[in-house]
Design a protein. Sequence first.
Length: 74
Amino acid sequence: MVNARGEDVTAAYLRGGREAVAICKRLNIRKAYLKERSPSCGATFVTVDGKLTRGMGVAAAMLTKAGVRIISVR
């Protein structure tokens, strides 16, 4: 992923997703309320290059794979 300044922020997104999963596992969290349209948290739609796109954000995908139920918030 590249931000508006052209910087590759992929590692930061992956690190954030892994940390969210670790926290959920450590605290036995089974559901998370995440902001829809976020490139990290979107569960149905994400914003990529300023455009709304169908898909799942990085953290949302990692949490879903870990068994955490995602609830979208606008």
